[in-house]
Design a binder for this molecule. Structure first.
Ligand SMILES: [Zn+2]
Length: 134
């Protein structure tokens, strides 16, 4: 599936590498360009999902690997200083993510998580999201 022309794709790829552009914005823009419409950071839903598709009853989380302790990911390192603070803090974040996902599914929402490290291949991510949203 090739839904972005070469120019768009390289623009997207360039943007992934820029520091101040959140991965979430990249996903938002890609999906918007493909015609998907969504709400952002719904405060009424567990975990405040990043993107919400009310009619499809689906939500997308975009997680930073560090903050959300992406399992077996090299970006999910524990800082070597202040370890006693970080270990429970990061573990707590991960635990909360699991709880929120469970709550959402119980309410009938489809839930998918995109990880920061997966954005090296934005085409693959968007393809997966399109399949999820369909
Ligand atoms: Zn990761």
């Amino acid at each position: 599936v090739d839904f972005l022309n070469r120019h768009d794709r390289s623009a997207l790829m360039a943007r992934v590498k820029q520091k101040n552009t959140g991965p979430e914005i990249l996903i938002r823009k890609s999906l918007h360009r493909l015609g998907y419409r969504y709400r952002l950071h719904s405060k009424t839903l567990p975990g405040r999902p990043d993107l919400v598709f009310p009619k499809r009853r689906k939500v997308i989380f975009v997680h930073g690997c560090f903050w959300h302790s992406h399992c077996k990911c090299k970006l999910a390192t524990v800082p070597k200083t202040n370890t006693a603070y970080w270990v429970p803090k990061l573990a707590g974040n991960a635990k909360r993510d699991i709880q929120k996902t469970r709550q959402l599914r119980k309410q009938g929402w489809g839930v998918i998580t995109v990880w920061q490290c997966q954005l090296n291949n934005i085409v693959k991510v968007i393809t997966r999201l399109e399949r999820f949203l369909r």
